[in-house]
Design a protein around this ligand. Structure first.
Ligand code: SF4
Length: 702
């Protein structure tokens, strides 16, 4: 197969945040869309993982929504677009009249493009509410919070290329790139390791990342298998070790005194926090031998350049902001920021979760992370939009869901599936039932769309163009082939129509995607210097403040984007998960994703290639726990928490620690999120998916 088809179009894989370039080619029949490699794609140079290779399989799936649907007497019936729009507009107007604008909530989608999310958040704000959010809340809201407040921007500080070239040590905590970012793992991390870099992985679960760095010289790969929720104690041992050794050997380079002096504030607070800190007790809390953590601390501190990668194992806790702050502390005291091969780098999950946040589909920020309660920033956006924006942050998506039936009466859901993506899924279903009105815009009838009053059939990623922003801030263009089903519409077209009917054509009618991008860059300082055409095939890493800016491979070379220009160090103390094991629920349940599936599985469960790899959910159980519960490998077991139960197959394995069980959220009938706890981090409002109390038993058939 040629890698360059004449009529193939260059686009971006619709799955994870790595942002691999692929080509798609229109086949003879409509809906017959073929995958082709893109040999010199900027991120992946033609390489592709199993998901990317199978991405075109669901474009013409028989389950596609092809006509608008309206629910009457509890049943959906086909409707015209005119009827659907009339219903949406009249219900949204009624809700605003009866309950005020905060009576509606809006969910953007990281599976859709920047322009679509931009228009959705503009629609919410024109409606008069900041109740707009996206799934970054579920994955990296706490990371974004910590990075934004302590360094300046809620994104990767560095880029994959500079990390591969310059990092000597990769510290990967609560992330599993071998599974969730396969091309980043194989193309960048593994390559660096082959050339001599060291990997320190901190994760409660041994996984594909652990196995992908099978280095003979074993001290170049360490796996610190900690207890779920013990990241602060573990990192505090690392920090305390570095401070102690620095005191003993002040000239050995354990910390970077000049960097601390010139570029940070808060070092004294960190020292005070750790003054009476007991390393042995903390190592026991973490469940990792003290000498292993000390060795890892030495490797990180002594590296020329050390880069931290952070994932949802860090962010999805009630102490998610503090978890990431402690990683920032580590990078700042060792001077591992502001240069190639360093930094604190969140690995983002979905292909446009970075962009969806960049363009303002969040309740506290406008495009470009400008705070809604910053008068100057808000007024500058209002000037372009021509209407006033509420000056108080709105509700996050889990808060919107908590308020359903109380202060929130209507919901506009674009490409999201909260019944499966939010914690405590059984309760989410009940709350959706109590809404007065809900519209769902999607490509399939999702578990959430079932509860909607109006369902709008949208087109897939392969049928339209726009921009997406990957995990290392690279804004890239997607391009589409022909539409498969005549009566489906692009998300942008739908939003333009709803906005124009509710408000005015002037505010919501655009000639094309490029025109939306033009308005976006006017109100989004970090995208301001980009032009749609100028993105070309390479894309650009934000920030691009002025036209001609080439974007930054790494941030903060000279100063941080904080008020003082200094990086913020702040000592943090251990906070156990909100729910800990007890007599009734003696195990810790933790959750994570699989390489072959994608979040709520809407697309990946329908792909024959992906579904074949993992057709159903399972739970990893340690052999000692299996023995005490009488579980054999392959048994069906019932996994219970205070919020529900699921039946899954047991996989008995030493990949997981004793006392911990591990399962996934991808499968509708047996999703981990029927069990997870919807308690939130106070500041970032991210739920604690990674630790809940649970029990397990062999399933007894009737
Ligand atoms: Fe797609 Fe991510 Fe796989 Fe690349 S690594 S092909 S972006 S799923």
């Amino acid at each position: 197969m040629s890698s360059e088809g004449d009529d193939a179009v260059k686009t971006i894989c619709p799955y994870c945040g790595v942002g691999c370039g692929i080509q798609i080619q229109q086949g003879e029949d409509l809906g017959d869309v073929n995958f082709r490699p893109w040999g010199d794609a900027p991120v992946n140079e033609g390489r592709i993982c199993i998901k990317g290779g199978a991405a075109t399989q669901v474009i013409d799936h028989e389950d596609r929504l092809t006509e608008p649907l309206i629910k009457e007497d509890g049943e959906f019936r086909e409707a015209t677009w005119e009827e659907a729009y009339d219903r949406i507009v009249s219900e949204m107007e009624r809700i605003r009249e009866e309950h005020g604008p905060d009576g509606m909530g809006f969910y953007g989608s990281s599976k859709t493009m920047n322009e679509e999310n931009y228009l959705l958040q503009k629609l919410a704000r024109r409606y008069g509410t900041n109740n707009v959010d996206n799934c970054t809340r579920m994955c990296h809201a706490s990371t974004v919070w910590a990075l934004r407040t302590s360094l300046g921007a809620g994104a990767m500080t560095n880029s994959m290329e500079d990390l591969e070239e310059a990092a000597d040590v990769f510290w990967i905590q609560g992330a599993n790139p071998g599974e969730q970012h396969p091309i980043a793992n194989s193309q960048y991390f593994r390559q660096a390791v082959l050339e001599g870099a060291t990997v320190i992985q901190v994760d409660p679960h041994a996984n594909k990342t652990t196995r992908s760095f099978d280095i003979e010289e074993t001290d170049r790969h360490m796996h610190l298998q900690l207890n779920p929720g013990a990241d602060i104690p573990l990192l505090n041992v690392v920090l305390k070790t570095i401070l102690e050794r620095h005191e003993a050997e002040p000239d050995a380079g354990w910390i970077d005194e000049d960097f601390i002096e010139e570029r940070t504030e808060g070092f004294e607070h960190l020292k005070e926090t750790l003054a009476d800190f007991d390393k042995e007790e903390a190592a026991e809390e973490a469940g990792v031998p003290l000498e292993d953590i000390e060795l890892a601390a030495e490797k990180y501190a002594m590296a020329n350049n050390a880069a931290i990668f952070t994932g949802m194992g860090m962010s999805q806790h009630t102490c998610g902001v503090d978890n990431v702050q402690n990683e920032i502390n580590l990078a700042l005291i060792t001077g591992n920021l502001g240069k190639p091969g360093t930094g604190v780098n969140p690995l983002r999950g979905q292909n446009n979760v970075q962009g969806t946040s960049d363009v303002g589909a969040m309740p506290n920020v406008l495009p470009g992370y400008q705070l809604v309660d910053d008068d100057e920033a808000r007024e500058s956006v209002e000037e372009v939009w021509g209407f006033e924006v509420p000056d108080e942050p709105g509700l996050t998506n889990v808060e919107i869901s908590h308020e359903a039936g109380h202060s929130v009466h209507g919901l506009y859901v674009m490409g999201e599936n909260p019944v499966m993506s939010e914690p405590d899924g059984n309760e989410v279903e009940e709350r959706l039932k109590s809404l007065e009105f809900m519209v769902a815009q999607d490509i399939f009838m999702t578990e959430t769309a079932e509860f909607a009053d109006v369902v709008l059939p949208a087109t897939t990623w392969a049928e339209r163009g726009g921009t997406v922003t990957n995990t290392d801030r690279r804004v890239q263009r997607m391009r589409g082939v022909e539409k498969v089903h005549e009566n489906t519409k692009h998300d942008l077209e739908i939003l333009m129509e709803v906005g124009s009917r509710l408000f005015s054509e002037d505010e919501f009618r655009f000639e094309d995607v490029e025109a939306v991008f033009e308005e976006l860059r006017e109100v989004c300082p970090i995208y301001h210097g980009m032009t749609y055409d100028g993105l070309g095939e390479e894309g650009l890493h934000w920030p691009c403040y002025e036209e001609g800016d080439e974007g930054d491979q790494f941030l903060y070379e000279d100063s941080f984007d904080t008020e003082s220009g200094l990086g913020q160090i702040e000592g943090v103390r251990h906070q156990p998960p909100a729910e800990v094991p007890d007599e009734e629920y003696p195990l810790i349940l933790t959750t994570a994703r699989l390489e072959e599936h994608y979040n709520t599985g809407t697309m990946s469960r329908r792909s024959p290639t992906l579904s074949r790899q993992h057709p159903e959910n399972f739970v990893d159980v340690h052999p000692n726990d299996a023995e005490s519960y009488g579980i054999e490998d392959g048994d069906m077991v019932t996994l219970r928490s205070r919020r529900g139960e699921i039946e899954v197959k047991a996989q008995v394995t030493e990949d997981i620690k004793e006392g911990v069980v591990w399962t996934t959220p991808h499968f509708a009938a047996a999703s981990a999120n029927r069990l997870t706890n919807d308690v939130l981090d106070d500041r970032a409002k991210i739920p604690e998916y990674k630790a809940a109390a649970a029990d397990i038993a062999v399933t007894v058939s009737d």
